[in-house]
Design a protein around this ligand. Sequence first.
Ligand code: UD1
Length: 416
Amino acid sequence: MDAIQIYGGNCLHGQVRIQGSKNAVLPILAAALLIDGVCEIENCPAISDVYHMLRLMESLCCTIDRNGHTVRVDAAGVSRCDMPPDSVGVMRSSIMLLGALLARTGSVSMQYPGGCVIGSRPIDLHLEGLRKMGVVIREREDGFDAETKGLTGAVHRLPIVSVGATENLVLAAVLANGNTVIENAAKEPEITALCDFLIKAGAKIEGVGTKRLCIRGVEKLHEVSYKVPADRIVAGTYVAACLCCGGEVFLKGAPCMQMKAVSAAAASMGAGIEESKEGIAVTCIERRVMPPGLITACYPGFPTDLQSAFLAAMTLADGEGVLEETIFENRFRIVPQLRQMGARIDCQKNKVCVSGVRTLCGTTLRAEELRGGAALVIAGCAAQGRSVVKNKHFIERGYEDICHDLCSLGARCKKE
Ligand code: UD1
């Protein structure tokens, strides 16, 4: 069965190692297409989005060798430029291949990408930016054909901050003819990871980690070995799990420097947070209190990807609180299910008002997307009695083994 069964009510105690970052590794895999030779990517998370990406890359004639968490990509044979529609349709990150593949082959034919149902998620900024770099794009009803006689550097000013568009333009720019400037670039740590990878391979990028990236096109990139950083969103999910269930956990390898807003939110709810080079220790002994108002924002703000997990924690906090979503318009899909567990939540457009309850009750739930699904699992761990979260495949897109991780912290859950 495609479900997770949970017996809730246990406090969490123990330690868990944080996996490699999904949002970092996907554009890095796309970047491997740009490299003349073999790339070795370590700490690659074993998640279904990565498997999808690797299958897509194989369909483009890359040779992939996966050994545990190490993936070697040899893109020497890349010749295909049409992406299989079934793979593109299921994963938004397939759009990452666009910039890289245009640099490599000069032409791409693909369907519009799929992904989580958390909003309209257009790709207009990606396409507009690439047009500026000399790409002719003909849109069809279900996809588009893109072609270039050679990418040229350009000055971009993104009208809204977009992680994916920034990444795609970086990928298109590193081998382009001339200089590219990206103003109002996203500053997410996953973009820094992509730039670090590319710089290690010989790319010339300045302004990494800032909102202005300057890229000088180079002739070619060389072989590289790179270790993917730990996943700040997975670590943040387990911070929220500790807030939900209470207890004391150590998140080994959690990237605390990238998690300041998350740690601050958890601390404002009454958790003790201790950061070190080795990871983050979270202690949550007292009952939680509502945060003074939590609002999602671009990095370094509170990440939209942790909004659902913190909403689950807020349902069990003392008092009343407001959580506001500013990045995606359809990201409160778990509210009806949390209500079914006894949570008191009032939804108003992009805001929810939460009145804390003392307990949630286990029930049958249905994941509809990745992060919301993980939030339902941690709510189930805190709830009294048995819960079943259906559609675990959504959660497996980004979590290597959420049951194993939570069980090693003392929760009782298993795949059905
Ligand atoms: C990435 C992350 C996702 C995270 C999101 C925001 C990956 C694989 N995914 O998604 O987990 O939730 O950043 O931190 O890294 N937009 C447009 N036009 C575009 C592109 C985006 O209007 O061409 C809008 C989106 O609808 C959204 C906002 O820009 O409202 C931000 O989206 P974006 O940063 O691009 O998100 P993704 O890259 O899809």
